[in-house]
Design a protein around this ligand. Structure first.
Ligand code: ADP
Ligand code: ZN
Length: 434
């Protein structure tokens, strides 16, 4: 059994969670219907009235919201309260198109920071910890979210933001940081840079990392845990629902507990919109149960994952989501075959390669091509640098088995692939430019 930030709610019985959700959804649907014209129109079109929603079971009657709705309603169309009640704006990273802006009242900010505080405590954080926040600050939610959560737990907070890796490492050393928060790709880069400086994993004071904001594999976790000498916890969230902290990992590291008292989760078939039973892979949909300023109902995240309700040894009772396999729009369709960058990452790390890779997709003579640039470690480069062909061949064959299509692999000298300080760009799809 671990520690909890809000033990009563984090370990509440299923009945109690359901009771809270049922009570909140009725109020929230009314709040949205009364205040958000855009969604009221969607409900009217579907012939659903607030009175039809009596419990979370009725959520499936409500219309979906998608990223397109958010773009259409930009900037104020989904606002649930008067602007004078709002205290903050954050924005998406714009990874997949036009940015979306989200609004927060003070209560919304508190709720969000509490979710992040739960994640920090689940990673072993207490007021004796020094939390180095190396997510970007600003419009991006990573920095502000973990910063606020760290304050709530009472940790000594280092608001580093991302970048300036030398200084990150110096501050870890000089100020004895114990918990590092950043994207997993940046954590890998910090680990790599430490090794180059001759700092051994056991020589730094870090004990845990809270990494998220982008997809990363189990293999990547193992690699980061080794290079930094820490336990690495996953954290998930999106600007539309508040930011990081919608769900977080506990010490079991087998999926992220969704903060179900604030966010109601569904898994749907992305094609038909039908709600799927627990255990099925599908698109994650969130209904925010409390948010005042940006109260999205049935928001389609496009993230693909599985929900499970098996008992967790940490004592938390909230449903767990698997690591998102990637976004449905991260999925590449190459010669008709579905490919996720995470599959490429798994093969690379299993075969002893670096997580420094990039996938380039193109179309030549009406045929899709897939090239994977992978960096060698300095040791690999020294040993095999003048004859990489056999290694490339072996890797191509392993990729073909995993992906079902045969990419071309290019093994490159160390430092050939650009490092990420925030969300890594894993795919360059040149077909989109045509
Ligand atoms: P953008 O959509 O522009 O990247 P956000 O910064 O709000 O905007 O990012 C939210 C998205 O980041 C999520 O929908 C999800 O695809 C991804 N993400 C966040 N946390 C994780 C995580 N732990 N694992 C995988 N993907 C994640
Ligand atoms: Zn748990």
């Amino acid at each position: 059994m671990g520690n909890y930030y809000q033990p009563e709610i984090e370990t509440a019985s299923r009945e109690e969670i359901l009771r809270i959700q049922n009570e909140k959804i009725v109020k929230q649907v009314k709040h949205v219907y009364d205040n958000v014209e855009y969604y009221r129109n969607l409900m009217d079109q579907k012939g659903v009235k607030p009175e039809d929603i009596k419990s979370v079971d009725d959520i499936k009657k409500l219309p979906f919201l998608s990223k397109t709705d958010l773009r259409d309603a930009y900037p104020y169309g989904l606002l649930g309260t008067d602007l004078k009640n709002c205290v903050r704006i954050q924005s998406t990273s714009g990874t997949t198109g036009r940015r979306v802006v989200a609004f927060y009242t003070q209560a919304d900010v508190d709720l969000w920071e509490e979710c992040c505080a739960r994640a920090i405590v689940a990673a072993g954080g207490t007021n004796e910890d020094v939390v180095q926040v190396a997510y970007g600050y600003g419009l991006f939610t990573g920095g502000p979210g973990l910063n606020g959560g760290s304050h709530k737990v009472g940790c000594l907070t280092l608001p580093m933001s991302s970048g300036n890796t030398e200084r990150q490492i110096q501050f870890i050393q000089d100020l004895s940081a114990t918990i590092l928060c950043c994207t997993p790709s940046y954590a890998a880069f910090i680990g790599e840079t430490m090794a180059e400086k001759g700092i051994k994993p056991e020589e730094n004071t870090l004990k845990a990392g809270i990494f998220g904001a982008e997809p990363w594999t189990e293999e990547m976790r193992q690699s980061i845990q080794k290079s930094l000498g820490i336990k690495a916890y996953d954290i998930y969230g999106l600007t539309e629902t508040s930011g990081p902290g919608v769900s977080f990992e506990c010490e079991e590291q087998t999926g992220m507990h969704i903060n179900e008292d604030h966010f109601y989760a569904e898994i749907i078939d992305p094609e038909t919109g039908e709600v799927l039973p627990d255990g099925s892979l599908g698109e994650l949909v969130f209904t925010s149960l409390d948010k005042e300023a940006f109260p999205l109902l049935r928001y389609r995240t496009r993230d693909l994952c599985v929900l499970t309700r098996e008992k967790c040894s940490c004592g938390r009772t909230h449903v767990k989501m698997s690591k998102p396999k990637g976004r449905s729009d991260d999925m590449l369709i190459i010669r008709g075959v579905n490919v996720f960058p995470s599959q490429v990452e798994t093969v690379l790390l299993n075969k002893g390669y670096t997580p420094n890779y990039q996938i380039i997709v193109d179309r030549v003579n009406n045929t899709d091509t897939m090239d994977i640039n992978v960096e060698l470690t300095p040791e690999q480069f020294e040993k095999h640098g003048n004859d990489v062909a056999p290694m490339e061949k072996a890797l191509e064959s392993a990729m073909r088995t995993m992906l079902g299509i045969g990419p071309k692999v290019h093994l490159l000298a160390p430092k050939s692939v650009v490092r990420s300080e925030g969300k890594a760009v894993r795919v360059i799809d040149n077909r989109k430019l045509v």
